[in-house]
Ligand binder design. Structure first.
Ligand code: FES
Length: 111
């Protein structure tokens, strides 16, 4: 069972989940990491679920086109869209207190 560690709002939350788990789907049904994972669309369109992967990135597939579009150069800093990830191994994530604006927007240019 993968162990998930999430750093959010200065706190650290840890729990185990079933293999091949999507954390946004779980949060949507009020299971861990609810309510400590910010998300909105669940479809790779809003970037509100963006997290920096601190450990376990080697087990993730390459970023898909939605992640590339929303995160831009932040992918090189280890950011991923949590709604686009199905977790099969231990992973440690950090979600910024402030939402990562989608790449290519005026808000992203100002960040
Ligand atoms: S929840 Fe909107 S991009 Fe992940």
């Amino acid at each position: 069972m993968p162990t998930i560690v999430i750093h959010s709002n200065g706190q650290t939350y840890t729990d185990e989940v079933k293999p091949d788990t999507n954390l946004v789907v779980r949060a949507g049904i009020k299971q861990f990491p609810y309510p400590n994972l910010r998300y909105e669309c669940g479809m790779g369109k809003c970037a509100k679920c963006a997290c920096q992967v601190l450990k376990g990135a080697e087990h993730l597939p390459a970023p898909n086109w939605k992640e590339k579009k929303q995160l831009g150069e932040r992918i090189g800093q280890g950011y991923r869209l949590t709604c686009q990830l199905w977790v099969t191994h231990d992973i440690e994530l950090s979600q910024d207190a402030v939402c990562v604006p989608p790449a290519g927007t005026a808000a992203a240019a100002a960040a």
